[in-house]
Write a protein that binds this ligand. Structure first.
Ligand code: EPU
Length: 417
């Protein structure tokens, strides 16, 4: 087990550079196997979810060359083998191999994906979409066999604007015969980035970033390059830390428009920040006003920032109401924040946070990636020592978090126990 240890209450000043987006790169890597030729991905974040996908590429006999922040994928000799459950359950995004292998081989055999335990996380919308494209699905326990004699373009209306289903179906439809329309599509910035790679590979995708995506099938895909967009959730997490502890803390290499709702909320709370092109400078703000936060699909307040945001709300002057609308089980941080001195009453997907409450160090556990980010934030503002167990979750999505925070003055380390 990895354990993060923080001596809290240190000012943060200096610069933090944001890396490439986790939720983009985890789809770009599987999508790359559809090309007849090399795909070069740059601005790749150094996170463990990326390493897990590379393990799957190797199992599929895909050639992978790694440089600093760059990977080159060549699937010329790919073999369509069953991805063992021990690999597919390391992360959610392993399911993008369903769409990519189905597009390339018209057949894929794979187990149910893994990922953070934040809700039931079914994949019915993905499967229903594959069926609309002409595939048949046979399920045996948690193993799926998805195959088609031919994939045909179709009109697919998603019941919910699911990020994963939108991406998987966009990938699967690239080489289907005819035109596919995905309606009620998710609109996340990462989806535009993924469509950009598909188009660079020769696909014909339009409308990514809107509610309707159109894909005209092409016969084959070729070599291409893509740069991963900055991670808006990593940026948002450090922005929240800057609001709590910043002394001219600069978050750079981000796209402020991707964090507009977070920035609006911070403004409403009275956080002291300055926006400049691709960076934001933050100072610790006193007398923060409480606010209400309701997570929603993009461009709403991102669910992935809900847990770090809860820590900021513990320091506001009064009662804030929080509602999580995407995941049924994303309150894993609450028990531990309360152990540290917070006053949060949570029931199912709602929480009432009363502040300000000074936090003190404690031994706590990261139950999932963003709960872990919230606990790091809490540990940074707490008096005394905070010990975060199961810190592996955090490394799935925050590259070099210990180095980045140490370089701006935090007293933080990670140990193996
Ligand atoms: N849903 C279904 N059926 C489906 C697919 C989704 O009912 O077939 C439901 C889910 O259960 C959930 C909602 O729809 O209640 C949203 O799910 P979505 O498919 O949009 O989420 P995802 O693709 O599994 C991605 C991110 C998550 C992020 C969500 C929402 C990746 C790898 N993961 O998950 O990121 O919370 O979109 O923005 O892209 C994280 O980074 O910490 C994280 C969990």
């Amino acid at each position: 087990m990895k354990r993060i240890i923080i001596e809290g209450n240190r000012t943060l000043s200096g610069k933090i550079k944001i890396g490439g987006a986790k939720n983009s790169v985890v789809a770009l890597i599987p999508a790359a196997i559809m090309a007849n030729g090399k795909v070069k991905i740059s601005n790749v974040p150094n996170i463990s979810d990326k390493d897990a996908l590379i393990e799957i590429l190797k199992l599929l006999n895909v050639d992978v060359k790694k440089g600093t922040g760059v990977i080159e994928i060549d699937a010329s000799n790919i073999k369509n083998t069953l991805i063992p459950e021990s690999l597919s359950n390391k992360l959610r995004a392993s399911y993008y191999f369903m769409g990519a292998l189905l597009a390339r081989f018209k057949k894929v055999e794979m187990y149910f994906p893994g990922g953070c335990n934040i809700g039931s996380r079914p994949i019915n919308l993905h499967l229903k979409g594959f069926e609309s494209l002409g595939a048949t699905i046979t399920k045996e326990d948690s193993k799926y066999l998805i195959e088609a004699t031919e994939l045909k373009g179709a009109d697919i209306m998603l019941d919910f604007a699911s990020v994963g289903a939108t991406v998987n179906l966009m990938i699967a439809a690239t080489m289907a015969k005819g035109t596919t329309h995905i309606m009620n599509a998710a609109r996340e910035a990462e989806i535009i980035n993924i469509a950009e790679l598909l188009n660079n590979m020769g696909a014909k995708v339009t409308g990514a970033g809107t509610e309707e995506i159109t894909i005209e099938g092409v016969e084959e895909l070729h070599s291409a390059e893509i740069k991963v967009i900055p991670d808006r959730i990593e940026a948002g997490t450090y922005i929240i830390m800057g609001a709590l502890l910043g002394d001219n803390l600069t978050i750079e290499g981000m796209i402020p428009e991707h964090n507009i709702l977070l920035l609006n909320k911070l403004q409403e709370m009275g956080v002291n920040f300055k926006l400049q092109n691709h960076k934001i400078i933050l100072n610790k703000s006193s007398n923060l006003k409480p606010t209400n936060v309701r997570t929603a699909v993009y461009p709403g307040f991102p669910t992935d920032l809900g847990q770090p945001m809860a820590v900021l709300l513990t320091q506001a002057n009064g009662v804030s109401l929080f509602e999580e609308t995407i995941w049924e089980n994303r309150m894993g941080h609450v028990k531990y924040l309360n152990k540290m001195g917070a006053n949060i009453k949570a029931e199912r997907q709602h929480a009432e946070i009363t502040g300000p409450t000074p936090l003190h160090g404690a031994e706590i556990t990261a139950t999932d990636l963003r709960a872990g980010a919230a606990l790091v934030t809490a540990g940074l503002i707490a008096d005394g020592t905070t010990i975060i167990n199961d810190a592996e979750h955090i490394l799935r999505g925050y590259e070099r978090i210990i180095n980045k925070l140490s370089s701006v003055g935090a007293n933080i380390k990670i140990v193996e126990v």
